[in-house]
Every structure is written in structure tokens, then in C-alpha cells.
Design a protein around this ligand. Structure first.
Ligand SMILES: Cc1ncc(COP(=O)(O)O)c(C=O)c1O
Length: 416
């Protein structure tokens, strides 16, 4: 999308709203102001249509069928693997593993790579701002084989304390696993720098980036980033749920054993022993999420057509507008005030319970999240039970933010 002025940019994006059928609906008799895209984004018609097309006119299982429908769908399915590789600039589509979601991608790395490449006393470094999906799999491994978890602290503005990170690196460090952009505060981590620091300390340290939010808000280039693993989830990227991505450098994937066993991941099976396919198929046991993969491909086409340059410019403008307007709400405390952040606004309203605020906002047609956002340790760091979180998607507009501000004023009137 080419826009020669900020106004034109806004107009182009307002047009984009028409691509999302749900945005024309109402919630509690009010226009829907959907501000929960960090949890799961709405789907454009292009994604819905692509999935329906498969279901209505060409569904079958893939990889094994000798008939035309199956062969066509296999080609389309594998075409999405190439599309994902191009989207994040992986060097080959063989580095793209289809999983269920980010959570499964991280569990796969923990149970396949880490379980065989780490031993008792080896260390994984996480940060205070991780989603539970990047904490619990390591705690399970801690119980299973006795690895140690070290945690990088954050500053009050939500940014990472890089000096502390450097002091945590040790000869026992085998993996650094860090979120690209926090889902709870919107603060971005300098993942490039983190990777460089880790590799300069010891080139053998592997770096895993949880890109669940990162891949949605800016162009990701895994080769430039030079991380070893990058994971994300389809449903935040305007695609369907049930499909996620694990990117891994090929030589690392090649040295990993399967995560699950079953059909489609084997070369030969006998009761004397089984041989496995090469990556990525080795990690894709059973019938995959065929329709969802096609939907993810359509979502990537959709975002690519808009372009990250336009997308970021629009989001930054709306983010600044929202920050200005949130200042109108007395007693509102914002968490995540670091300069490098996206359109996620996490806040409390003095003594007003986040669920009470969420309920009133619902009555006002405003969809937000209230709670810990699967980041309990981060909430503990901030000394709160939870926050109210409003998050932007590419279809968000100023009217959504205005509706949020009006709703918050109502919350203050009723509970303040
Ligand atoms: C930063 C981050 N990591 C991981 C996840 C988990 O994603 P999923 O539930 O799709 O596996 C989320 C989802 O909220 C997230 O925001």
C-alpha cells in the first residue's frame, strides 16, 4: 500500500476495515471496538474464503493421496511452507515446521532439542516478561532432567536490563529464550543485540525468540537476526487458530529427534525399528491442520499486500494517539512506558478491579482483556494482580480508541 500522507494512510486503513466482517457487527447494541488483537486477531474475508474454498471444493488428506484433489491440496499446503519461509526470510522451506501454535513450538524445542542437548545443571536464560508458554515448558524440563532457569530482570518501564543479562551468562548456559515483543506491555526486546551478546559469550549458545507478537508488528528476517529458533502462532497474524510455526536452522533441526511419533513422519516402520523422515516432516506426526495451513497462507498474502512499512506507520500513529488520550483518565497507571513499544496498552485504574472495568467496557461495546495475560511473573514484578489491556490490530482506528476512552470515563463514574 502506498500512502503519500498521514491522512491518506489513515483513509487507506479505514478502508481495510471492510475486509473484516466482524467489525461491522455490534456488541451489546454498540459498534464493536475490538481492542483485543494481542490475544487473537480478527480474520479478513480473504482468509475465511480461502478456508471455505478448501472445505467446499477440494478437501482431502494430503501427502498420501494419488488422486488429483489430494495432490493439488498437497501442493497448496507445501506452497504455504515456502510462503512462510519467504515471509520470515528463512533460507529454505525445510526450516519451517508446522505446529499447533507458539506453545507447541516451544514445547517441541524443550522436549526434542533441549532434552537431549542439555543435562542436569545446564542453564536456560529467560526474562521476567515471558508469557507462560516460554516459562512452563522449561520448568517441566527442570523437573525432568534438572536444568536451571535464570531470569533477566526488567526495569520499571518494562524494558530489559541487558547488563544483568550479560552477568547471567555462564559456561553452563545452553539456551537463551526470550520474547520478541511482550504481549502484556507491548515493549520490544532488542533480540538482535541479545543474540549477538549470547553468541559473543559462547557461539554454542542457542537463542530462541518467541515471536508471537513480534511477527505481527514488523518485518522479521531470521537470517539477519541469526537466531537459532523463532516461533509464532497463526491466530494473532490474522490467520486461524490451530496452526503455529517453528523456524529452526536446518542443521539444528537435523540433529533433533522427533517430538511425537506416528504417521507421516517416518521413512520405514517395522517391529525391529523405525527410521524417520528428514526435517521438517520428522516433527509433523499425524494429519496436520490442513485447512488452517491454507488459511495462514492467505493471511500472509493479505499482510504482505499491505506491507509492513504502511502497517507500522499506521500503528505508530494510533499508538501515539492512544497514549495521549489515555492521559485524560485520572488515576490510570500505564505499564510498559519504554520508547520501543507497539500498540498494546496495559494499565490499572487505582482501586478499580480489572474485571469490573472489563465488564463495563463490554457494555460499552469495547473488547479488551483484563487479568494477568498469561504473564503472572511480570504482574508480580509490577506488584499487581493484573491489568486492563487494550491492543491494536491493523484494522483498529481512532474511533475504537475514542470508544475506549468514553468507556473508561464511564468505569470511573461508576466505580471511581
Ligand atoms: C508472547 C506470546 N507468547 C506465546 C503465546 C502463546 O500463543 P499460543 O497460545 O497461540 O500458543 C502468546 C499468546 O498470547 C504470546 O502473546
Amino acid at each position: 500500500m502506498v500512502a503519500d500522507s498521514a491522512q491518506q494512510l489513515m483513509a487507506d486503513f479505514d478502508h481495510i476495515r471492510n475486509d473484516f466482517p466482524v467489525l461491522a457487527t455490534q456488541m451489546n447494541g454498540k459498534p464493536l471496538a475490538f481492542l483485543d488483537s494481542a490475544a487473537s486477531a480478527q480474520k479478513p474475508k480473504a482468509v475465511i474464503d480461502a478456508m471455505n474454498k478448501v472445505l467446499e471444493g477440494g478437501y482431502s488428506n494430503i501427502h498420501r493421496g494419488l488422486y488429483s484433489i489430494s495432490q493439488q491440496l498437497t501442493a497448496d499446503f507445501e506452497g504455504v511452507r515456502s510462503k512462510v519461509a519467504a515471509f520470515i526470510n528463512a533460507s529454505t522451506e525445510k526450516e519451517i515446521v508446522f505446529t499447533r501454535n507458539s506453545t507447541e513450538s516451544i514445547n517441541l524445542i524443550a522436549q526434542s532439542w533441549a532434552r537431549t542437548h542439555m543435562e542436569e545443571g545446564d542453564e536456560v536464560i529467560l526474562t521476567e516478561m515471558e508469557h507462560h508458554a516460554n516459562i512452563v515448558p522449561w520448568q517441566i524440563l527442570e523437573r525432568q532432567i534438572g536444568i536451571q532457569i535464570k531470569v533477566v530482570p526488567i526495569f520499571d518501564d518494562g524494558s530489559l536490563d541487558l547488563e544483568s543479562f550479560e552477568t547471567l551468562l555462564s559456561e553452563k548456559t545452553k539456551l537463551v529464550s526470550v520474547v520478541h515483543i511482550s504481549n502484556a506491555t507491548g515493549v520490544a526486546n532488542p533480540v538482535n543485540k541479545i543474540n549477538k551478546i549470547a553468541k559473543a559469550f559462547n557461539p554454542k549458545i542457542k537463542v530462541l525468540v518467541d515471536g508471537s507478537q513480534g511477527v505481527v508488528h514488523g518485518k522479521v528476517d531470521v537470517q539477519k537476526l541469526d537466531c537459532d529458533f523463532y516461533v509464532f502462532t497463526g491466530h494473532k497474524l490474522y490467520g486461524p487458530s490451530g496452526i503455529g510455526i517453528l523456524y529452526g536452522k536446518y542443521d539444528i533441526l537435523d540433529g533433533m529427534s522427533p517430538y511425537q511419533g506416528g504417521g507421516d513422519m517416518i521413512e520405514r516402520v517395522s517391529f525391529d525399528g523405525t527410521t524417520f523422515k528428514e526435517p521438517p516432516y520428522r516433527f509433523e506426526a499425524g494429519t496436520p491442520a490442513i485447512v488452517e495451513v491454507i488459511g495462514l497462507g492467505a493471511a500472509i498474502d493479505y499482510i504482505t499486500a499491505i506491507g509492513f512499512e504502511a502497517l507500522e506507520a499506521r500503528e505508530n500513529e494510533l499508538r501515539d494517539y492512544a497514549h495521549e488520550r489515555l492521559k485524560e483518565i485520572e488515576g490510570l497507571k500505564l505499564f510498559g512506558t519504554a520508547a520501543d513499544k507497539i500498540g498494546i496498552f496495559s494499565f490499572t485504574l487505582e482501586d478499580i478491579h480489572t474485571s469490573d472495568a472489563g465488564m463495563i467496557l463490554d457494555q460499552c461495546g469495547v473488547a479488551v482483556r483484563a487479568g494477568h495475560h498469561c504473564c503472572m511473573p511480570l504482574m508480580q514484578r509490577f506488584g499487581v494482580e493484573g491489568t486492563i489491556r487494550a491492543s491494536l490490530g491493523l484494522y483498529s482506528n481512532k474511533a475504537d480508541i475514542d470508544q475506549l476512552i468514553d468507556g473508561l470515563k464511564k468505569v470511573k463514574e461508576l466505580f471511581g
